[in-house]
Design a protein around this ligand. Structure first.
Ligand code: ATP
Length: 304
C-alpha cells in the first residue's frame, strides 16, 4: 500500500489538475493507496508522522507538489524515522529536485513512467543543524543573498500571477531586483572539513546536492548525487551590477569563470556569522548565526 500526499496549492493549483488526470487515466487503484491533502504550511510533515502513527503497511509515499512540499515530507520522514520509498511528481513552480534527479518535469510523463516503467535511484539528503535542531534538505541550502531572494519570492503575491501566466522563473528575477540594491554583504567564518576560512563581503554561499537552485539555475555545475560530498559555491567581493550579470551567466553555466565565484567540494561545513543571516533550505527561509551541514548517512530510494 502507498500514501499519496497532495499539496493542492503547489504550482498555483496545477497539482490538483495533475492528481485529477491521474485518477481519470486509472493510474491508481483506490484500494491500494491512502490519500492525504495538505491544508497549511508544515502540514505535510505532520501527515508523515500521522502515517507512521497509524502503523499501516505503507511502503511508498508519492508526493504531488513542489520543492516546498517535498521538503516538508522528508523532514516528516526524518522526525518519525520512517523507512520508506519516495516518489515525486513535480507540480510546483520551481521543481529543482526533479531536475537534479532527472525526473520528468512534465508531471504527466512522470506519472506514466511511475506507473508503467518505474526505476529506482539512491539519494542522499543534506542534513543541517540550527539552534540544536536537525533538519533535512533535498536540493540545496543557501545563505545570504539567495535566501533573501527566496523570502521575497515566497512572500510575494505576484508568484501566483507569474505561475498563472506560465512565467514562473520570472518571479525569481523580480525577487532578485527587489533584493540586490538593499542587501548588505556579510563576513562569514567557515569550517570546511576541519579547515577554517573567513570570507568577507559575502553575497552568497550555497551547499548543493545537485546542480540546480532557484527554479532551474545551474549554480553547482559539477554537483552529482552522491553519498560523500556537497558542492559549495561562494560569491564574495562583487559589485551589485556584476552580481546581476552573474545571475544571467548562471543560466549558461558560465558564472564559475568570474573571479568572485569559487566552488569546492566538502563533506561537512560549519558556518558562523557575527550577525543573523538569512538561509533557505529548498526554498524554506529562516535566520540563524550558526549552522552545521552534513550529508545524511542513510540513502533513500527514490522511485522515478
Ligand atoms: N492547503 C494549503 N494552503 C496554503 N499553503 C499550503 C497548503 N498546503 C501546503 N501549503 C504550502 O504551500 C507552499 C508551497 O508549496 P510548494 O513549494 O510545494 O509549491 P511551489 O511553491 O509551487 O513549488 P516550488 O517550491 O517548486 O517553487 C509550501 O510552503 C506548503 O507548506
Amino acid at each position: 500500500m502507498y500514501a499519496l500526499i497532495l499539496n493542492p496549492k503547489a504550482g498555483n493549483g496545477k497539482s490538483k489538475s495533475v492528481y485529477q488526470k491521474m485518477i481519470k487515466q486509472n493510474h491508481i487503484n483506490e484500494h491500494l493507496y491512502k490519500m492525504y491533502v495538505t491544508k497549511y504550511q508544515g502540514h505535510a510533515t505532520e501527515i508523515v508522522q500521522q502515517i507512521k502513527e497509524e502503523n499501516e503497511q505503507v511502503e511508498k509515499i508519492i508526493v504531488i507538489g513542489g520543492d516546498g512540499t517535498l521538503y516538508e515530507v522528508i523532514n516528516g520522514i526524518k522526525k518519525s524515522n520512517l523507512v520508506i520509498q519516495l516518489a515525486f511528481i513535480p507540480a510546483g513552480s520551481g521543481n529543482d529536485f526533479a531536475r537534479g534527479c532527472q525526473i520528468h518535469l512534465n508531471p504527466y510523463k512522470q506519472i506514466k513512467q511511475l506507473f508503467t516503467n518505474p526505476k529506482t535511484i539512491q539519494y542522499w539528503f543534506g542534513q543541517y543543524e540550527v539552534n540544536e535542531d536537525q533538519y533535512l534538505f533535498a536540493s540545496s541550502i543557501g545563505f545570504g543573498f539567495d535566501a533573501e531572494v527566496a523570502k521575497v519570492v515566497n512572500e510575494s503575491r505576484l508568484k501566483k500571477w507569474f505561475n498563472a501566466l506560465h512565467l514562473a522563473p520570472l518571479i525569481y528575477v523580480y525577487g532578485l531586483l527587489m533584493t540586490i540594491f538593499k542587501y548588505k554583504p556579510k563576513t562569514l567564518s567557515l569550517n570546511v572539513d576541519g579547515e577554517c576560512i573567513k570570507i568577507d563581503h559575502t553575497w552568497l554561499i550555497t551547499v548543493s546536492n545537485h546542480p540546480y537552485f532557484g527554479g532551474g539555475m545551474k549554480i553547482a555545475l559539477d554537483a552529482e548525487v552522491n553519498p560523500n560530498n556537497f558542492t559549495i559555491t561562494t560569491v564574495n567581493n562583487i559589485s551589485r551590477w556584476k552580481l546581476l550579470f552573474l545571475f544571467i551567466t548562471v543560466f549558461f553555466g558560465k558564472h564559475t569563470k568570474l573571479k568572485e565565484v569559487h566552488t569546492f567540494e566538502a563533506k561537512e561545513i560549519k558556518l558562523s556569522s557575527e550577525v543573523p543571516i538569512m538561509y533557505q533550505a529548498d526554498g524554506y527561509t529562516n535566520e540563524t548565526q550558526q549552522c552545521v551541514i552534513n550529508k545524511e548517512q542513510e540513502s533513500i530510494t527514490i522511485i522515478k
